[in-house]
Design a protein around this ligand. Structure first.
Ligand SMILES: [Zn+2]
Ligand SMILES: [Zn+2]
Length: 438
């Protein structure tokens, strides 16, 4: 496993959770027919067939009829042979989301199976570079310029090694296989581009004051990146500041944390690397797999009627409001992203009440049936009848928290001919691109 604050001198091996106790899964099939020279530990297990049916029986694994407390499948060499994989089925993808499904994954590296609290725990151990080739490949299709793929690979490697979040330490692995950490489906989604991106940038990370950078990224900053502390609180991180996402410095000194400036900014569309003049919005789907058909992320508009918004808040906040009177911006970061709002409403007895929402995440969660693109928005209260608006229009900018690398902006820079080091220097100012192992 990786250690926080440690800079590895050789390529580390990482542990990825594939089937987790929370999946409550009690059986799995393994197919090793593509991996003729595998080793099984313990070695007593009869190897008659390369296919294994594994079931959980209380605290034990039942492997083709034999009772074991642990099964470890080891491949003799860790080279990148894409034909030699372990097939595992079924594995949950989209854990906890409405698109959750069961898939078959083909894995490089070793596999460890144990029982944890009556359910399966399956961990894949593999060299970091092989893992990087397999992650986020849905966002790295053949149309993407190599400078984009390389900068995303370096950001993914640094994020992994900075190891700030450590969500699964207690279960003994570094990251899980899903969006909670980074999406990893083995070699299923591996493309030539992702493979080349990893090979070309092997061992390269961003450092700041001798520590690996926490290289967060989001889809579109909206023309101005947001600071770390606006979104997650705590101290500022020098290489994650507010800055203009363009080559000219217009609007540079304009703070978007005031209402007037935020309104001027959001209702205009200043040129930016992530703006439609650099990356035409109808071409986004060609580059980034996971986008909606509308493709309007730089500037967008969402409308609600009085009854729609009341219903939304009652559902998401259990507000028991009769009417929503006003949504009041309380505090904005430097990109115009709100991290505090106040909702004024009347209850069933016509009394005026209010509720404060105190994070960017929560604001986006409650203002959309699924999730609002970003919290950089201004609100128009329209069609007032006795101070009660009939309509609410949200004018917004960007997609995601806006901190660190802006993926659409990085695409725009790559299309304009910027190299990966130039893209990373723009989004993580003051950081140093360094090769930590060969
Ligand atoms: Zn996770
Ligand atoms: Zn941007």
């Amino acid at each position: 496993m990786t250690e926080r604050g440690q800079i590895p001198e050789v390529e580390p091996t990482i542990r990825v959770g594939i089937i987790l106790p929370e999946d409550r899964q009690t059986n799995v099939q393994l197919d090793l027919s593509n991996l003729p020279d595998f080793q099984i530990i313990p070695g007593k297990l009869p190897v008659e067939s390369p296919r294994y049916n594994i079931e959980v029986e209380q605290d034990f694994l039942l492997v083709n009829g034999s009772r074991l407390d642990k099964l470890h499948i080891r491949r003799p060499d860790t080279g990148i042979d894409l034909e030699k994989t372990i097939a595992v089925h079924p594995v949950v993808a989209g854990r906890g989301f409405h698109w959750e499904k069961k898939i078959r994954v083909n894995l490089l590296g070793d596999l460890e199976l144990t029982v944890h609290g009556g359910s399966l725990l399956v961990i894949n151990t593999l060299p970091l570079e092989q893992y990087l080739m397999c992650v986020a490949t849905s966002e790295m299709n053949a149309a993407c310029p190599s400078a984009l793929i390389q900068s995303q690979t370096i950001a993914a490697r640094s994020w992994m090694l900075a190891n700030v979040e450590q969500k699964h330490r207690d279960l003994g692995f570094d990251v899980c296989n899903d969006d909670c950490c980074q999406r990893y489906q083995g070699t299923n989604e591996l493309t030539r581009q992702a493979l080349d991106g990893a090979l070309a940038t092997r061992g390269q990370v961003l450092l700041y004051e001798n520590a690996i950078c926490d290289t967060r990224y989001s889809k579109s900053c909206g023309g101005m990146t947001e600071s770390f502390e606006t979104i997650w609180g705590g101290d500022a991180i020098p290489y994650l500041p507010v800055h203009r996402d363009s080559e000219n410095n217009g609007w540079k000194d304009l703070s978007l944390s005031t209402e007037t400036n935020a309104a001027r900014w959001i209702q205009s569309a200043p040129p930016a690397f992530c703006g439609p003049a650099t990356v035409p919005e109808d071409s986004l789907i060609r580059y980034l797999g996971s986008v909606d058909k509308s493709g309007k992320y730089y500037r967008w508009k969402v409308k609600y009627t009085q009854s729609e918004i009341t219903e939304l808040f009652n559902l998401k906040l259990n507000l028991q409001a009769a009417n929503v009177i006003k949504i009041i911006p309380v505090s904005r970061g430097g990109s115009g992203r709100l991290n505090r709002i106040r909702i004024q409403y009347t209850d069933g007895n016509h009394e005026i009440k209010s509720r404060e929402i105190t994070s960017e995440y929560e604001i986006r969660r409650i203002l959309h049936p699924r999730f609002l693109y970003s919290s950089a928005f201004i609100i128009d209260h329209q069609a007032l009848d006795n101070d009660i608006p009939g309509k609410f229009t949200l004018w917004g900018a960007g997609w995601g928290h806006g901190v660190g690398l802006c993926q659409i902006g990085a695409l725009g820079m790559a299309l304009k001919g910027y190299t990966a080091p130039a893209i990373l220097a723009h989004y993580y100012p003051g950081s140093e691109l360094t090769k930590i192992y060969s």
